[in-house]
Design a protein around this ligand. Structure first.
Ligand code: AMP
Length: 602
């Protein structure tokens, strides 16, 4: 009887997945028309708002043909950055309920990192934001289940975290987008009506203390070990940090499973009660886990995931962009288990979905979902030998731009900056991400994420993006790995405080590594920057020797704690790959233990 019910459940799920895929494919087929209609929907919904009236006057949009409206919009409304929206969003935060950006009053504001330098910014969050989160989850899950079918009644071990929420002056709730989603109706639907039931209750996700949440996620994940179908987090960083914590706490977790208890390190009362309401003593599971962990510890935790979660079919998370650095460690923990790269989005809007989950990570692309927002693409052309600093400040534009084009007009192989028009009141908003069109999925582009647009390392004519730095650090850390060292995390800084300016790369490492090796890593990184401006400047010493600064163990945890204290959530955390933030620099320099300079160049 039970087997029959499971079979029926599975059939219903498969039919539902096919419907989701069919609807999505249909939207992709007609992407151009769907986009024009999407824009019409946004402009009709927000007709008469202060921002739109400023540019469109009182043009009647209701009966206008979608194509004509698209031309009118693009010729009248200017491209804008977050700074242009800031005064409007500030008024909303202060309690202005007039139709400023949207006709429906905004109730929630999201904190977006959206940047590599650690500055956070507010963007509006509405019901549509959580609806699209659920939709992209369903689309991606439908494609994944074709390759890795999920058992009925399974659970997922999900390292997710709500941030602290706060109230703005006008009484609006502010928090990260993931936090708003976890407390939305849509998250409840995901929990109850899809086959992806997170094994931690809401009280664990929202404990407000990421260390306590991580401990409980691990405990419950192990308690339900035989039912876990996959392991996931929003960004790969959270999975890596959770298993680093597991290396320290596994004995205590096994003790809790044995006794059906909970460590006194969990002090948040609602979280304690919720977890204690789930776990009951299980000495045989505890014994099995302890034996496995003792063996894993001897192997430096290689393959911990498949060993402890024998039914897990894959690990699923955003692994592209600034998350690439964590892949070595993630592969180590995952043993041979497939790593599936999750989708592409931002607090401002979801953008693209990975419809090819079996592709290797280096070939992952994101298919733009034409029903989420109205997308435009600014063609970018790289430019050499132009000063990249103005009044000592790094400037963004190492690219020359053409006029923005629509989603159907993009060209394969070309790089673009993404521009969003959203139902949440952002109009022709420059997201600041650089993507490359890898091809088309029916009528909609497939994107490669390249990097954040903003230059991160620049002293004078040199121009290095986050991706350039990532490649350089990868070259340096190959030498480190040969010497049995591990790069835990890194960041950088363009030090222009005294001439000539120079780059500082901060490394936190694990393992005993000789100074000679670290000196070689430093020289290797200096020699690995391929940017013409850097090479020329280093040769004539208008950029000084690269500095490699080794920081003590736990430095990057302090940086994480600093961000979390300022309202960021672990679910969305990305280590800034370059910083000029004085607080971060003082943490880094205060934790410096050794410095190396690459004296010989070229
Ligand atoms: P936030 O709004 O703080 O969650 O940050 C959004 C930013 O994270 C995006 O603008 C991208 O720069 C980055 N991001 C999001 N998804 C991906 C992805 N799949 N691959 C690479 N970077 C991503």
């Amino acid at each position: 009887m039970e087997a029959k019910a499971l079979l029926a459940g599975r059939r219903a799920r498969e039919e539902c997945d096919s419907d989701v895929i069919e609807r999505f494919e249909e939207a992709c087929e007609n992407a151009g028309a769907v986009q024009a209609e999407m824009l019409r929907r946004i402009l009709v919904a927000n007709h008469g708002t202060e921002y739109l009236c400023r540019w469109l006057g009182d043009v009647e949009v209701e009966g206008m043909d979608a194509g004509a409206l698209e031309s009118l919009y693009r010729s009248h409304v200017p491209l804008a950055s977050h700074a242009d929206f800031e005064p409007f969003i500030q008024r909303i935060a202060d309690g202005d309920t007039s139709p400023v950006l949207t006709r429906e009053p905004i109730q929630l504001l999201s904190l977006s990192s959206g940047t590599t330098d650690g500055r956070q910014k507010y963007v509006p969050f509405t019901r549509h934001s959580s609806q699209t989160t659920l939709q992209i989850f369903r689309i991606a899950a439908a494609y994944r289940s074709r390759v890795y079918p999920i058992g009925e009644g399974g659970r997922i071990l999900e390292f997710i975290y709500s941030s602290k929420q706060s109230k703005t002056k006008g009484g609006l709730t502010a928090g990260t987008a993931t936090t708003h989603y976890y407390s939305s109706e849509e998250f409840k639907i995901k929990q109850e009506k899809t086959n992806s039931f997170t094994c931690s209750p809401e009280e664990v996700i929202s404990s407000g203390d990421h260390k306590q949440s991580t401990y409980c996620h691990l405990l419950l994940g192990l308690y339900f070990a035989d039912r876990i179908e996959f392991i996931t987090s929003t960004f790969a960083y959270s999975i890596v940090q959770a298993f680093r914590a597991f290396e320290d706490h596994w004995r205590e977790i096994c003790g809790d499973i044995r006794a059906g208890g909970l460590s006194p390190r969990i002090t948040v009362e609602k979280t304690r009660q919720a977890v204690l309401g789930i776990v009951s003593p299980n000495p045989s599971l505890a014994r099995r886990l302890e034996a496995a962990c003792e063996e894993l510890e001897r192997k430096d935790w290689c393959g911990v995931i498949p060993k402890l979660w024998p039914k897990a079919k894959y690990v699923y998370s955003i692994m592209t962009g600034s998350m690439q650095h964590y892949l070595t460690k993630l592969r180590h923990y995952a043993g041979g288990l497939p790593l599936v790269s999750a989708d592409y989005g931002s607090t401002e809007s979801w953008i693209g979905v990975n419809v090819d989950p079996s592709l290797p990570l280096e070939r992952v692309t994101f298919v733009v979902v034409p029903t989420f927002s109205y997308f435009e693409f600014i063609p970018l052309h790289r430019q050499k030998n132009r000063s990249s600093r103005k009044n000592g400040e790094a400037i963004d534009d190492d690219f020359v731009e053409d006029e923005p084009v629509s989603l159907s007009q993009v060209k394969v192989g070309q790089e673009y900056e993404i521009v969003l028009t959203t139902l949440t009141g952002l109009y022709r908003y420059r997201l600041g991400d650089v993507v490359e069109v890898a091809g088309f999925h029916k009528g909609t582009p497939k994107l490669n994420f390249i990097c954040r647009r903003k230059l991160i390392l620049t002293v004078n004519i040199d121009k290095n993006t986050e991706k350039d730095l990532q490649l350089v650090v990868e070259r340096g850390s190959q030498l480190l790995r040969k010497a049995m060292g591990e790069l835990v995390d890194f960041t950088s800084h363009a030090d222009v405080s005294k001439p000539p300016g120079h780059y500082v790369i901060y490394w936190e490492i694990k393992g005993e590594v000789e100074e000679k090796v670290l000196g070689e890593c430093c020289r290797e990184m200096d020699a690995s920057f391929e940017d013409h401006g850097y090479v020329v400047s280093r040769k004539c010493n208008s950029i000084g020797p690269l500095e490699l600064c080794i920081v003590e163990t736990g430095t990057f945890r302090k940086i994480l704690d600093h961000f979390i204290g300022n309202g960021a959530a672990l679910s969305q955390f990305k280590t800034p790959r370059c910083t000029s933030n004085q607080v971060l620099l003082s943490i880094l320099n205060g934790c410096a233990i050794k410095r190396f300079y690459s004296t010989a160049y070229g």
